[in-house]
Each structure stands twice: as structure tokens, then as C-alpha cells.
Design a protein around this ligand. Structure first.
Ligand code: PAF
Length: 287
């Protein structure tokens, strides 16, 4: 596996591979790999013959009060894990190379980013779409693979790709969970032992919602109320949102059908966790 640290070198490598007729897939990450990331790399490897993983903790998607400095980093371990997955290149540029002096362009999707996580993180998605657009321009991959835990992020990136006619096919990959159901996330590393136990409230709430819907409940308000009760029954937490939304438009839905997704954002201690699931059979297989 090659480790490439500059945009110029990455562009040269891409050009060379294209000349040789290789196909490319990109897995954009911020590192601190867990099984979720590794499964994205494996999925990418099924699609093309060269997988590029970008590892860049993107400052522009963190607000001043958020966890940029504390964001977990483990470069040597990440490199070993990516190499073991058969990744061709780990692309880890410096901040100044991605945002050189004088940088002043933003790629922003408007409506989809005003909902859900966008309410409490108003600048987050513009940071994501700007860096992802740059990565797509640098790597020019045929495919890019993203996890569905950040389903709003994926919906926003899909919108950007459609709106800007970007020549990349997006692939969403199902949420990967710990054995007990907690969705894998680099931020789980922040949880104390007690918080880790409490964090299972998200999984239990999704399970409870699914059971209700399987029993015939289709009223979003009643499901949301039960979900709130389950979350709070596990201990004090700050519920950022419990929303039942159309998975494409992210519009709230008062009734539940196959396109409706239950999305949660909950702060356990100081750690903000998100999770989601479709509640009707056939919607997804995560819950
Ligand atoms: O999902 C992430 O890790 C980040 O938001 C991404 C897509 C790598 C952009 O920085």
C-alpha cells in the first residue's frame, strides 16, 4: 500500500492508474478505523481494482466548540488495517494542502442540510460537501463508498453529485454494529464504561420502534413518544432529535411507510451519537 501525503502526488498517481486502465473507488474517512470503515473498504474492493482511502480530519466540518482537537487519531494502526484490506493508497494530505492560503470556495447543499443534524450543526455539511467535492476532483473515482449511519450526509452528498453532474457513482453501505447492537463510530471511543452501557439506549429504542411498527402502529408521533421513553429509561441523556423522515427528502412524515426512516441523535455525557433504521420490513436489515 502506498501512503500519499500531497494532492500533487495523489493526482499523478491517479493519472498513471487511469492510463493503465485501472478502475478506482474512493472511501473518504477521518481515520480511527473500526470494522465499519473496513467493511466500506471491502465493499469498494468488490467494485474496482484500485481502492483509495482518504484519511483527513477535516477542520471545516467542525464548529469552534466541537471536538476537532480531541478527535481520535491512530495513524500507524489505521495504515496497518487499510493495508491488510488490500487498499492501494492511503491518501492523508495536510490541512494546508487541502485548504491553501487564500482558499475561499464552499460547496453547499441548501435544504437537506437545514434538517436533522443541520439544526444543531449549521456549518457542518458545507464543510463535508466542500471537502468531498475536492476529494472527488483529486481522485476522480468511478465509485465512492459511504456508511449509512450518517444517512443525512449520504443524502446531502447524493444531492451534490446530482446537482453538479459529478461523474461518480455513490454506494451506501449498511450500518455495522457491535455485537450488542451499538452502531460503530469513532466517537464511541469517548464513552466511559457506564456511558458505553447507556449508549445502548439508541439500539433498544430502534428495536422498540420496530416492534411497535411490526405490531401495526403507523403513527409517527406515537412511535416517537415511545422512543423518547425508552431513551430516557436508560438514564439521563440529552435528546437532540427523534425524527421520522422520508429517507430521500428528509421531510418529516406523519405516517410510517417503507421510505420512512427513524433517525436519532442523542448526547450521552458529552458524546453525541447518531443512529437510524427503517422500521418496516424491506426498508433495511440493520435492526
Ligand atoms: O464521514 C466522515 O468521516 C466525513 O464526514 C467525511 C465524509 C470523510 C468527510 O470529511
Amino acid at each position: 500500500m502506498e501512503i500519499i501525503k500531497t494532492v500533487a502526488e495523489m493526482s499523478r498517481w491517479v493519472q498513471e492508474q487511469r492510463t493503465k486502465g485501472h478502475t478506482l473507488a474512493l472511501v473518504p474517512t477521518m481515520g480511527f478505523f473500526h470494522e465499519g470503515h473496513l467493511s466500506l473498504m471491502r465493499r469498494a474492493g468488490e467494485l474496482v481494482d484500485r481502492v483509495i482511502v482518504s484519511l483527513f480530519v477535516n477542520p471545516s466540518q467542525f464548529a469552534a466548540h466541537e471536538d476537532l482537537d480531541a478527535y481520535p487519531r491512530a495513524f500507524a494502526r489505521d495504515a496497518a488495517l487499510a493495508e491488510a484490506e488490500g487498499v492501494a493508497v492511503l491518501f492523508c494530505p495536510e490541512v494546508d494542502d487541502i485548504y491553501p492560503p487564500g482558499f475561499q470556495t464552499t460547496v453547499a447543499v441548501s435544504e437537506l442540510t437545514s434538517k436533522l443534524c443541520g439544526k444543531s450543526r449549521p456549518h457542518h455539511f458545507a464543510g463535508v460537501t466542500t471537502v468531498v467535492a475536492k476529494l472527488f476532483n483529486i481522485v476522480a473515482p468511478q465509485y465512492a463508498v459511504f456508511g449509512e449511519k450518517d444517512f443525512q450526509q449520504l443524502a446531502v452528498i447524493r444531492r451534490m453529485v446530482r446537482d453538479l453532474n459529478m461523474q461518480v457513482s455513490l454506494v451506501g453501505h449498511a450500518i455495522v454494529r457491535e455485537k450488542d447492537g451499538l452502531a460503530m463510530s469513532s466517537r464511541n471511543a469517548y464513552l466511559s464504561k457506564a456511558e458505553r452501557r447507556q449508549a445502548l439506549c439508541l439500539w433498544h429504542a430502534l428495536q422498540e420502534a420496530k416492534a411497535l411498527v411490526q405490531a401495526g402502529e403507523r403513527h409517527s408521533g406515537r412511535v416517537a413518544k415511545r422512543v423518547r421513553d425508552v431513551l430516557l429509561a436508560h438514564g439521563p441523556c440529552q435528546i437532540d432529535y427523534i425524527e421520522l423522515v422520508n429517507r430521500d427528502t428528509l421531510e418529516r412524515s406523519s405516517t410510517i411507510d417503507h421510505r420512512v426512516l427513524l433517525a436519532l441523535a442523542v448526547r450521552i455525557g458529552t458524546t453525541r451519537l447518531i443512529d437510524n433504521a427503517c422500521l418496516l420490513h424491506g426498508g433495511d436489515k440493520n435492526v
